[in-house]
Write a protein that binds this ligand. Structure first.
Ligand SMILES: Nc1nc2c(ncn2[C@@H]2O[C@H](COP(=O)(O)OP(=O)(O)O)[C@@H](O)[C@H]2O)c(=O)[nH]1
Ligand SMILES: [Mg+2]
Length: 429
């Protein structure tokens, strides 16, 4: 997964993460996490499992990644919601409100393939959150290291652990930066109401977003009680979601909710338009009315934005649920890989095109156009792919232009500084 970008940020005023003691001493790190018993020789598995944060997804790998932070007196927390400089977090001691701002990601874990970074070249920008790269803004789902005793007695988010996955969309202002909706998500459940017009283009867009995040998408067809049968819709959605589980359910009657539960794992985020039944499904999965649900306008089947905050809710039987407000107009952000996977059928066909750079328009020997001709690939799907690809290219070109401008500004700044330095040296002679 590419490293997730973040919204416009200033320089971090927060302290960096603690030095990894093993790096200082060269000794092998003791595998003892923040929830391990002192002196225990066991690996962190036992401690991670018995941690109060286990219900929120704390595991051995996190326990291990936290060692140096724990040694420096920081405490682990998962971010539930972020709200202008403060965030709600869950910790081993219960929920807290923490002070936050742009923070560095953990440099404790070097990239698995260091060449992946070096090959980017001298003038490339380090990924967001990487040492030397722009800091990250915490978001729902992040794992954080808190420094106790900050302003007003509140803990301060001192660092973020590396994100395993990140759902990123182009920011609301449609500028060239991405906005992280949620981090460390394992399953993206895309809700589609059977009671409204089926918008396959939106399903494909959300699938690309989900695939790009690194999480596994699942499509949930909701409100099955409102239609005489679900088979037709299931087949149409399956065609727009090759290789993806498509499950129909009714949160109202409970039918199919078990199948939905079986298709989800780990941290689950519900995404889909307002009124598509996310919160009602969330309540059915939670077994209690924890999420506010809203009425749907008669006529167009659209819902009001009832869910305004994202929060983390442990699911009975394991996993964590994140509900989201209805996402109006989710723009793709650097989602080339996600698009490739969401349109795996076209990607596969394209491998048989005569020309490697075939645009599937008029080229001879185009396997994609041949599939449209013989009816094996719906024309709608090719059009949808083109539309999303165009949008993605446009956002990418804007991001490139911004990066170029930033690089030019940086190099001008360096030249100015050099000229000043030479001038001052000249005077000194
Ligand atoms: N008949 C029926 N209505 C449902 C079902 N799920 C949700 N609804 C209704 O659809 C409306 C919107 O649901 P809500 O969960 O708030 O949607 P959200 O905006 O996506 O979170 C509410 O009036 C719900 O009662 C269902 O399975 N069957
Ligand atoms: Mg809702």
């Amino acid at each position: 997964m590419r490293s997730p970008p973040c919204a416009a940020l200033g320089p971090s005023s927060f302290p960096g993460p603690p030095a990894d003691p093993s790096r200082l001493t060269g000794r092998t790190r003791t595998r003892r996490g923040p929830f391990s018993r002192k002196g225990s020789k066991t690996l962190p598995s036992a401690s991670a499992g018995s941690s109060p944060l286990a219900a929120y997804g704390w595991d051995d790998a996190l326990d291990n990644a936290f060692i140096s932070y724990g040694a420096a007196g920081l405490i682990p927390a998962r971010v539930a919601a972020v709200d202008r400089g403060l965030c709600d977090v869950v910790t081993g001691q219960g929920p807290m409100r923490a002070v936050t701002g742009p923070v560095p990601a953990s440099p404790a874990d070097p990239p698995a393939d260091p060449s992946a970074h070096s090959s980017a070249g001298l003038f490339s920008d380090p990924p967001a959150g990487a040492p030397g790269g722009p800091p990250l803004v915490p978001c729902t789902g992040d794992w954080a290291a808190l420094r106790p005793g900050g302003p007003g007695g509140r803990p301060v988010v001192a660092a973020l652990l590396p994100r395993r996955t990140a759902i990123v969309r182009s920011s609301a202002s449609r500028d060239s930066r991405g906005q992280v909706l949620a981090a460390n998500v394992d399953t993206v459940a895309i809700t589609v109401s059977l009671d409204a017009r089926l918008d396959l283009g939106r399903v494909e867009r959300l699938l690309a977003l989900a695939f790009e995040s690194g999480a596994r998408p699942v499509v949930v067809l909701t409100k099955a009680d409102r239609v005489p049968g679900t088979a037709g819709a299931e087949a149409r959605v399956a065609e727009a979601a090759p290789g993806v589980d498509v499950v129909a359910c009714s949160a109202a009657s409970g039918g199919g909710v078990g199948a939905v539960r079986a298709a989800l794992h780990g941290t689950v985020v519900l995404v889909g338009p307002s009124g598509s039944g996310k919160s009602t499904l969330g309540n059915a999965l939670l077994g209690r009315d924890a999420l506010a649900t809203g009425a749907v306008r008669a006529g167009d089947g659209k819902g009001r934005h009832t869910t305004v905050r994202r929060e983390l809710l442990p699911l009975p039987g394991g996993g964590v649920l994140i509900d989201t407000p209805g996402l109006r107009g989710v723009g793709l952000f650097e989602a080339a890989d996600g698009l490739e996977r969401a349109f795996a059928d076209i990607t596969e066909l394209a491998a048989d095109c005569r020309f490697g750079d075939c645009a599937h328009r008029t080229e001879p020997g185009c396997a994609v156009l041949a599939a449209v001709e013989d009816g094996t690939l719906p024309r709608r799907r090719l059009d949808s792919h083109r539309k999303l690809q165009r949008e993605n290219d446009w956002i990418a070109s804007r991001a490139d232009a911004r990066l170029d401008a930033e690089r030019r500004a940086r190099s001008k700044e360096i030249s100015r500084w050099q000229r000043r330095m030479y001038r001052e040296r000249g005077r000194g002679r």
